[in-house]
Design a binder for this molecule. Sequence first.
Ligand code: NCC
Length: 276
Amino acid sequence: SAKLSPEKLLCQLRDRVNVTMIQRSDGPFGTSEWQQYLPGKSLSETVGHLGRCAVVSSAGSLKSSRLGHEIDSHDAVLRFNGAPVRGFQDDVGQKTTIRLVNSQLVTVEEQQFLREPLYNTGILIVWDPAPYHAEIHEWYRKPDYNFFESYKAYRRTHPEQPFYILNPKMQWQLWDILQENSLEHIQPNPPSSGMLGIVLMMTLCDQVDVYEFLPSKRQTDICHYYQKFHDHACTMGAYHPLLFEKNLVKHMNQGTDEDIYTHGKVTLPGFRQVQC
Ligand code: NCC
């Protein structure tokens, strides 16, 4: 259903989605208090130049995939929310370079977030659903989940671990492109962590391999590879425009349909490789 050619779509994503982390110069974060909390180094300084990257969805279809070695062969691996590696290495690998978490987890599951060693590996990035194209001050006054105190508490206990806040403006820049390339009307909710993470890695890496975002032959109603919970909405979407995200990613895939079927694997170019 996508309207633009894959090449044009990649250019639109590259040129219109501004992936940045909150910095000291971002309005309400310019206070002396926030200076102590925001990381001193930029994300690109922290990660350096990345070649091949893997994005690992949390889908149940990763179970029994035995993709661990392949995933770990990448220069960097992105995981989401509370997705564990311990006990699941054979299927999802053991490397975690970046973990993208939503503000609900940081707020509602604050005690686990502050305590679980799972979160202490790699670079953390938190994102929060902002109002449609809201100005940063408006979002700061009314975040979807007020995760700021929990963020600060984590920073106090883990001052050496890089922990960024995703600038919320990219969600709606990305959503606009999803809407423009879909024939149907999309609910005005921000893209899933999965889709945000894919675009984030496209800004940092030369190549991005995404695992089980487009389901393989192992497709299942089991929501996560690490839980027994069944819900069809996990793969197809309810709150997030997940189906539209998946159509868009399928349209841009540079790998084969065979790779999707057997490995749930999609290959996307990093924006540095895209010529417009
Ligand atoms: O489930 P979640 O997502 O943490 O999954 C991370 C990303 O993996 C992709 N996914 C997941 C399951 C599945 N069967 N198919 C998939 O393609 C999606 O791209 C998804 O984004 C989120 O996006 O942040 C989400 O977070 C959870 C939950 O908040 C966290 O796991 C923390 O506990 C949401 N679930 C609930 O609120 C109940 C989920 O809707 C979205």
